[in-house]
Ligand binder design. Sequence first.
Ligand SMILES: [Zn+2]
Length: 121
Amino acid sequence: MSPARMRAIPRAAAAAPEAARWLGHLTPGQVMCRSFGHSWQPHTAEWIAAEGSFKVVLVCTRCSTGDEDMTRTLWLSNEGRPQVGGGYHYPHGYVMPKGTGGFNPVMRGAVRLRLMETLVH
Ligand SMILES: [Zn+2]
């Protein structure tokens, strides 16, 4: 175990044991997306006349679980400008449990180190 990993995991676990448990249950895709951002692909797009806007749904091809998709919904005007609204749907387990301190710099580092465990041999 590298010195960096030895530092980061205990700090995260000491801050909130639930945070360390959450980290241990992330899927490989979720670890990748938490480290480098999502891999969005268009899923659906439609003109919604009542809103005067296009509704676009993107799906992350990496961290969707199969049972549940990671999606981002966005709205575009008829001029292609982003509109207020939309949002994200996160698969179960992607978001840190409430009361664990949030996805702070220590947890970001811990997730990246978990990824390194799979990439560095
Ligand atoms: Zn993703």
